[in-house]
Design a protein around this ligand. Sequence first.
Ligand SMILES: Nc1ncnc2c1ncn2[C@@H]1O[C@H](COP(=O)(O)OP(=O)(O)OP(=O)(O)O)[C@@H](O)[C@H]1O
Ligand SMILES: [Zn+2]
Ligand SMILES: [Zn+2]
Length: 805
Amino acid sequence: MKFASVIVDVAAMQTDREFDYKIPEQWQDAVKPGMRVIVPFGPRKVQGFVTKVKNDSAFERLKNISELLDLTPCLTPELLQLGDWLTEKTLCFKISAFQAMLPAAMKAKYEKIISLIGREKLSEIEILLQPFFEKRNELNWKDIENEIPISVIQKEAAKQNLEIIYEVKQKTKKKMLKYISVNVNKDELRDYYNSLTVQAKKQKEIVHFFLQSEQKSIPMQELLSVLNCSAASVKTLVKKDILIEEEREVYRDPYEDRSFQKTIPLQLNEEQEKAIVPILEAVNDKKHEVFLMYGVTGSGKTEVYLQSIEKVLNEGKEAIVLVPEISLTPQMVNRFKGRFGSLVAVLHSGLSTGEKYDEWRKIERKEVKVVVGARSAIFAPFENLGMIIIDEEHESSYKQEENPRYHARDVAVYRGNYHQCPVILGSATPTLESFARASKNVYKLLTLADRVNARSMPAVEIVDMREELRTGNRTMFSTNLIEKLQDRLAKGEQSVLFLNRRGYSSFVMCRDCGYVIQCAHCDISLTYHRFSQSLKCHYCGHEEHMPTKCPECESEHIRFFGTGTQKVEEEILKVLPEARIIRMDVDTTSRKGAHEKLLTEFGEGRADILLGTQMIAKGLDFPNVTLVGVLTADTMLNLPDFRASEKTFQLLTQVSGRAGRHELPGEVVIQTYTPEHYSVQLASQYDYNLFYEKEMLIRKQHSYPPFYYLSLVTISHPEVTKAASVTEQIVSFLRRELSTQTIILGPVASPIPRIKDRYRYQCMIKYKREKNLHAVLKKVIEHYAQQIAKDDLIIAMDLNPNTLM
Ligand SMILES: Nc1ncnc2c1ncn2[C@@H]1O[C@H](COP(=O)(O)OP(=O)(O)OP(=O)(O)O)[C@@H](O)[C@H]1O
Ligand SMILES: [Zn+2]
Ligand SMILES: [Zn+2]
């Protein structure tokens, strides 16, 4: 008898451990750790992951595994171990860690089925329900949930008239395609061809097709359209065993119709050469080392990545390249596909669930050697990893903001250590954390200080918008910027205009009384959406109509404030009516492939100005762009975020880096209301080092990272007093348990004190060394487990928060 330890798909404190099951006879040899199974759990069936297979169990009366979902483990031994580590490091449930590593398609979906226990019970059940069971014994919960109150069903279940069954639905669907292949050898095929009569014209054509073709098989549809024949003629040949028809699995390939221009390695320049040597050495020596490649924009970091990967592939190993979601542009994908062709899988959120699943399986089956993807691609199930690259390592999207709250950089270092291979972090504006580590030689610093071919960084001009206002310019464009835009239009060159939307949304305010419309469920103002003429809450999705009167004073002077990209577009057209503008924002890029289409259009010169938000700040490399304008540089400086200056500096540097990357020199105009701020000043001088020093001083003064580690505990509850009192208790517990050097701040209301009708309080922990932190925080969760399960209390722990909202 064999037993399996299983982590079940029930994310709760009480179930966050292994459960033992018997492995039925027929699967004794088949079940392996890392496979997904379906197991009975209480009254229902759930998905689970096998973590161990063993010969005995300490428990009696165990249930059988009901179904085996995988033929080969979907979690490798390494990933199972990584799951333990993630659980420990981020304080998440084991099941959440496992699920985070797999494509969404592999997560189970559950359906609730209501079943009549016996036909004779029909007359006994609630009159309301009877019609539903007239003709059948089972109902899908969804079909009645809007019509029958849940209490009615519960009552019937208690009387044993009805039973609720949970069914596990698999979302994974392979795409199958009908193929026709030849079932005989060429000689037999020729003989058969000769035996066919003249009347069998279509059959003759089909056989002839295979006679002269190199291919032994072809998709049915293709055959039919090439020969313009009917399925019936093909079927006749199938019946005669000349051809066979079979279903074959095909991949949904988002890049199928695309051909990629093959590229060859460029001759590296001196700086690139100096940077790549230690990387190649580490590959050679099979040594785990973390490199921080600090290279200014346009310095040729990507070429260094490409050539490093080539070396890894030559060693017979695999590579993971992470790029931020928004810079996973076709340009970026082209560069990897162009160099490594079909050895590259691409994973990003623009793919459908099915496409993602297919890309993932190419990795699992070792059909690809390189994966280029956003954050979760760090879990690619490669077993012979030779390198991990994180491009734009400073990007905040590498941190997942839900459970498990992991940072891809930490996972990369874990996996790099496991595989004894190098990890490369690349950026023109490294995070202070990484640069500090490099300064202490924890990471090895590689520097690319100059642009390729010694191209100069574009000159940056800062425009004080307060001054503009004083001189009577009330538009959102400075005179300077407009003149430069006009100049580019005249010369047929392109411009990029960047609108910094973070911390800046279009809210609706009454001009008479100053009333700002807020979400009814969250303490945050609603955002105006021009497209649908409605107001939306970005935290809970609440939506309402744009009012015509102020709800407070009934004045009709209620207007929206703030600048959306649409507004900017209209304004530009007022001044430059002949400009062709491409606008990139959430509205214009929501449809699949839209992002890519717009960029291609711009690249082909079909517009003069590319106007957009954060999504155009990175990765773009267009030769004809000679002007970059930043409309509002400082909108996020005022956010309650200790990283605000760092983020501003990063963004301004990245945006500026989009200009003058090729033959034509570039120029940048930064409009701001705080021209004296050091992050604006130093970004305009491309002085990362000075910025680093200044910002480090400030972080030190305020005990922030990288001098201190941070952990944030956020407590929320529908009742404000409850949220406050639990936080109070937690704070005093932490004060007792943690060391005296540790700083504990709180309880305070969160910067957004209410979201989705839940009141939020928080407590911040700042520490240098705190050996017991994980254990102590775990105790907190355990202590409140009951209230979390029953009383709607939520305690969120973020052991390395990106933001403090
Ligand atoms: N050794 C080289 N010789 C000639 N051209 C090069 C070389 N290395 C890179 N390039 C070219 O220089 C340009 C900029 O390089 P690349 O995009 O790799 O820089 P980057 O550092 O990744 O930039 P960013 O961080 O701004 O995205 C590209 O067009 C690239 O093809
Ligand atoms: Zn809301
Ligand atoms: Zn009003």
